[in-house]
Design a protein. Structure first.
Length: 350
């Protein structure tokens, strides 16, 4: 579909090769070598997260599986526990089990935040506690700081390692209003993404202690992830850190304003309300197929993209979609958001 404006953070408007290359060219000189961007990125992310070392991976899938594999071997326990909607189980074809022989112990309610009470009900001692901040599948919700630290204390008391799926840690940081290093310091290992809020191309980094990252480097080689010429991915990540990291509070504030306007209008509902991060969910009183059709019509007639992936809901005449406020969505006022949602619903009902 051809569109000129989009609410979607991952739309191709700012990710087209020409756009990305122009942004990247501004950050290199004629003397930049093929190894410098990766080295600079790894050092910068390690410093941001307060970890001794960070290692570039071509995919977050690989990085997180490697982290869980190492923790399992060190603790002697192949099971890890995580929220029922964690990304590794939901979206990665259960590679943790097929490739690494790990076992997943689901915990908590799929529709709400994980709690300490949920963890105390776990009937076995996992090797790793995996937490996702924010929790994407429930609208980017986040636990309060005291709740978060209590859950990690539970893991330590039970001899479990702790791993942070921080694919959207950059977006979560304004909620806690603490340095990235203070949040990351609660965990043994931390994964961060380059291509979500940072609008890079692909890839991510795994951060932790020197000896653990040295093991991760061996596993990266074994799994085919030691890409010799990863500089384009790393360079795009550096551009994202330069341009987007300091914008996260503004993105969050705009998300809160948009959500308030949507709630006041009543055509749709937002979850959570108010949003904790630039990411939140919009629930519509129409079935998924109708929302997709209406979106196509709006792209064709106005050149405006409202959504991409639509989630079904337990009631067949309801659906939801995810919004992450980034540079694309910042171009729309809260009033425009509401007008677009009204039109989407009206078209879907026709």
């Amino acid at each position: 579909m051809d569109f000129r404006r989009s609410l979607v953070n991952h739309s191709p408007l700012r990710r087209r090769p020409e756009v990305m290359l122009r942004r990247m060219l501004d950050r290199v000189s004629a003397d930049t070598t093929v190894t410098e961007p990766v080295a600079e990125l790894e050092q910068r992310v390690a410093e941001l997260l307060g970890k001794p070392r960070a290692l570039f991976f071509p995919t977050g899938t690989m990085a997180q599986q490697v982290a869980l594999r190492i923790h399992a071997e060190r603790t002697g326990r192949p099971a890890f526990t995580a929220h029922r909607t964690n990304h590794l189980d939901l979206w990665e074809q259960r590679g943790y089990a097929v490739v690494h022989g790990l076992r997943y112990v689901p915990v908590g309610d799929a529709h709400r935040l994980l709690t300490l009470e949920d963890l105390t009900a776990v009937g076995e001692r996992p090797g790793t506690l995996l937490l996702e901040l924010p929790q994407r599948e429930i609208g980017g919700d986040l636990p309060a700081w005291d709740d978060l630290t209590a859950q990690l204390d539970w893991a330590r008391r039970h001899g479990a390692a702790t791993h942070l799926d921080g694919a959207r840690l950059w977006e979560a940081q304004p909620f806690y209003d603490r340095p990235h290093a203070e949040i990351a310091g609660l965990f043994d290992t931390v994964y961060v993404s380059l291509y979500k809020g940072l609008e890079g191309i692909r890839g991510g980094l795994l951060a932790g202690e020197d000896d653990l990252i040295a093991e991760a480097e061996v596993w990266r080689q074994r799994l085919g992830g030691a890409v010799p010429d990863a500089w384009p991915l790393a360079l795009a990540g550096l551009v994202g850190l330069d341009e987007q990291l300091d914008r996260m509070p503004a993105f969050r504030d705009h998300a809160v304003a948009v959500a308030a306007a949507i709630s006041a209008d009543g055509t749709a509902a937002v979850v959570p309300d108010p949003p904790r991060t630039p990411l939140f969910h919009i629930h519509l009183p129409v079935p998924p197929y109708a929302a997709r059709r209406a979106n196509r019509e709006m792209v064709e007639e106005h050149g405006v993209q409202v959504l991409t992936y639509v989630q079904s809901q337990p009631l067949p005449d309801r659906c939801a979609f995810e919004i992450t406020v980034g540079e694309n969505a910042m171009a729309f006022s809260p009033e425009e958001f509401v007008e677009l949602l009204r039109e989407l619903v009206e078209r879907a009902c026709s």
